[in-house]
Design a protein around this ligand. Sequence first.
Ligand SMILES: Nc1ncnc2c1ncn2[C@@H]1O[C@H](COP(=O)(O)OP(=O)(O)OP(=O)(O)O)[C@@H](O)[C@H]1O
Length: 310
Amino acid sequence: MVVNIKNLVKRYNELLAVDNVSLSIKEGEIFGLLGPNGAGKTTLINTILGLTRFDEGSIEIFEKDFKKHEYDIKKEIGIVPQDLAIFEDLTAYENVDYFGRLYGLKGNLLKERIEEALNFTGLQERKKDFPKKFSGGMKRRLNIACAIMHHPKLIIMDEPTVGIDPQSRKMILESVKKLNKMGSTVIYTSHYMEEVEEICSNITIIDHGRIIAKGTKEELKAMIAFEERVTIQLSAISFNLVDDIKKIDGVKECLLQENELLVVSVRGAGNLSRIIDEVGGKGIEIKGLNIEKPTLEGIFLILTGRSLRD
Ligand SMILES: Nc1ncnc2c1ncn2[C@@H]1O[C@H](COP(=O)(O)OP(=O)(O)OP(=O)(O)O)[C@@H](O)[C@H]1O
């Protein structure tokens, strides 16, 4: 196991930011940690990195107790933090050089690795420039270059695509896949379910510091595949609509978000026409209707009653 966490608890005074989390990450995985803002992803990552102290539980990394082997463990980790960690008054080259020296690299190996990391992140032609001239996406790529130049066994990326251009986003997702193929295990946190779906082999969904679901994306989708889901866009809403739909045979859940109704029924319920009649009977016009395939977003909605981006 690359990471083995047991019954981890982290409190900020009254707030339970990590609530009895246990998880293990195998070598070679791209492990996705999915959850909305404030779910506890960064806190969990920071406890894994020893940056935040925890109250209960244990963390083993590379099968070693983190507290006892912190120095050895940290040498093998590359971290791309949520807040950029680069120096604006050093050039791109000097930034990567700085991190390389921190990891104890020197001489020709250091030079080779700097060139390699700049090439890998598509910054070779900008290596003499200062990051203040860079777009958000380029800064993020420089941050990745700094984090991977020592060939870490474990790479942790905390929401690396927030607020960046689509081209950099694509490049970052591709680079995660490449780094993984080259042998690194990756922990990738995000609140974008489509990213996690695209790149991660195993996914853990957290909310309010608690694990609410985990498995491969196929396993997670299978959790709701026995359900039928329909979303209906309404011209208006009526007071009793949700309660009345919940009374229809086969309906397991009914949620209203703004003017969109989500109805989850058991498979084969055959109740679509009754649902439509119920809406129509209240004088509400149906503006659109979708019969949905299972998605990770859907799993989150079913488990929490909220969308990931609330
Ligand atoms: N230093 C701190 N002191 C007090 N509360 C904190 C601190 N850091 C985080 N929190 C709280 O802990 C909870 C989890 O926050 P955390 O940043 O880990 O979530 P997150 O999933 O990473 O969200 P985001 O994507 O917004 O960063 C939130 O309610 C947050 O307000």
